[in-house]
Design a protein around this ligand. Structure first.
Ligand code: PLP
Length: 452
């Protein structure tokens, strides 16, 4: 198609893609996605690809939702922009703040808006330090996160994240950010009882707090289930122990819900699944189903009260904090989720069905583990099923499988040799059947190429 080639040439000449080897991409030509509906993205040539990742874990209500388009259009016509700085507000932001807090656990009663997940994580770094200073404890600056976590691409977000290749580019992390190991049982705890392993990993937090001195530690941050790290579902013992440790040493707990929030784990917040009560919560992505950029930090009563009583100005904010169009779309998105009873549908039907069908893939010779929770799932590719031995790194088994997925009409992401999915929450059972069939076909092709 001449038009597609023209786009590819323009792309190669003028565009630098995020998280992409741009040189290699230009040699190959980028994949053009021109339109989308429901759970499918389409190429200009008319190929329909089942989007098993909901874009970047965000298009929760699926593509082509006219309700969201209408909300954006109406807001663009009424008040396309105004800011929330200097004592101003506007109806979409105030209404969304109230709507959000009514859905969240009782102690989360205030919201600070940003434009993205990364900006949320920069915001919490500054907010917890500001909070502790307001409480007469300015030394409490250290924030503890986890290796292999992803918390965004800004300087603070990437520092909180524990991705080695990101740290290597740009001299990160910034000072006073520390990392402990992730609760990755398949990858790092094989041979150990899962719950024992969960406790052991949680107790690394205690060891780190003691090493730094509790009087220097501001907060711990983690995703309920690490998404981009490879859908790392912690053992049941992990989060309760983390919460106990935070309480014992009076460390603030931050839940990064950028992926896990808004239904991904079957709750408004993923931390609810694990019975965790965070002091601060970072949200983005699914808040608008990805239709427009928006982030929000929900602030618990303790921190909010401290800032209101003693904080003075919080010298922080973004031009697009609480952009009216984004807030209007988020409100419409949350209403749509409620009207269509999405959480009920996921919990009663879609998630159990997805997980049951996904678990069937465990019989494949290439699969060392098939795991999942709610509407995320992962497969661990192994060279030898009996021993769980991995492929050599330079084989790139995950990349091979990912490419066969695309060829088979499915977007599945590879994190090393871990294959992951996070489909739109509105996916039907018939579409799940199709997803599984395409995933199995891709596994077969990968097996044939690498082993058979
Ligand atoms: N936090 C988590 C857990 C994420 O997965 C992401 C993005 O994938 C971010 C933060 C960063 O969000 P954004 O890309 O909107 O800046």
């Amino acid at each position: 198609n001449a038009q597609t080639q023209a786009w590819q040439q323009l792309d190669a000449a003028h565009h630098l893609h995020p998280f992409t080897d741009n040189g290699a991409l230009n040699a190959k030509g980028s994949r053009v996605i021109s339109h989308a509906d429901g759970v499918y993205i389409h190429t200009p040539e008319g190929d329909a690809i089942l989007d098993g990742m909901a874009g970047l874990w965000c298009v929760n209500m699926g593509y082509g939702r006219t309700e969201l388009v209408q909300a954006a259009t109406e807001q663009l016509n009424t008040l396309p922009y105004y800011n929330l700085f200097f004592q101003c507000t506007h109806p979409p932001a105030t209404e969304l703040a109230a709507q959000l807090t009514s859905l969240l656990p009782d102690h989360l009663n205030r919201v600070f808006f940003t434009g993205s997940g990364s900006e949320c994580n920069d915001t919490v770094v500054r907010m917890v330090r500001h909070y502790w200073a307001s409480q007469g404890q300015p030394k409490r600056k250290a924030i503890i996160s986890r290796h292999n976590a992803y918390h965004g691409s800004t300087m603070a977000g990437a520092s909180l994240g524990g991705m080695k290749p990101m740290h290597a580019q740009g001299g990160l992390p910034i000072p006073d950010i520390h990392h402990i190991d992730q609760p990755y049982h398949f990858g790092e705890g094989q041979g150990m009882d899962a719950n024992e392993f969960g406790l052991e990993r949680a107790r690394q937090l205690e060891a780190k707090i003691l090493e730094l001195g509790p009087e220097n530690v501001a907060a711990f941050i983690g995703e309920p289930v690490q998404g981009a790290g490879g859908v790392i579902i912690p053992p049941e013992t992990y989060w309760p122990e983390v919460q106990r440790i935070c309480r014992q040493y009076d460390i603030l707990l931050i839940s990064d819900e950028v992926i896990c929030g808004f239904g991904r784990l079957g709750h408004w917040l993923g931390c609810e699944h694990f019975g965790v009560k965070p002091d601060l919560v970072c949200m983005a992505k699914g808040i608008t189903s990805g239709y427009v950029p928006l982030g929000a930090v929900a602030v618990g009563d303790r921190v909010a009260q401290g800032l209101l009583d003693n904080g003075g100005d919080f010298n922080h904010g973004f031009t697009y904090s609480g952009h009216p169009v984004a807030c209007a779309v988020a409100s419409a998105n949350l209403k749509l989720m409620a009207d269509e009873k999405v959480l009920e549908r996921i919990n009663e039907h879609t998630a159990p069905y997805l997980q049951r069908r996904w678990a069937e893939l465990a019989d494949h010779p290439l699969v060392g583990e098939a795991r999942g929770l709610g509407m995320v799932a992962a497969l661990e590719l192994v060279a030898d099923k009996a021993s769980g031995k991995r492929f050599d790194e330079n084989v790139g088994a995950g990349t091979v499988c990912r490419d066969f997925c695309i060829e088979s009409g499915l977007v599945m992401r590879a994190v090393g040799d871990t294959m992951i999915i996070s489909p739109p929450l509105i996916i039907t059972e018939a579409e799940i059947d199709e997803l599984i069939a395409r995933a199995r076909r891709s596994l077969d092709l990968t097996w044939q190429k690498l082993v058979g």
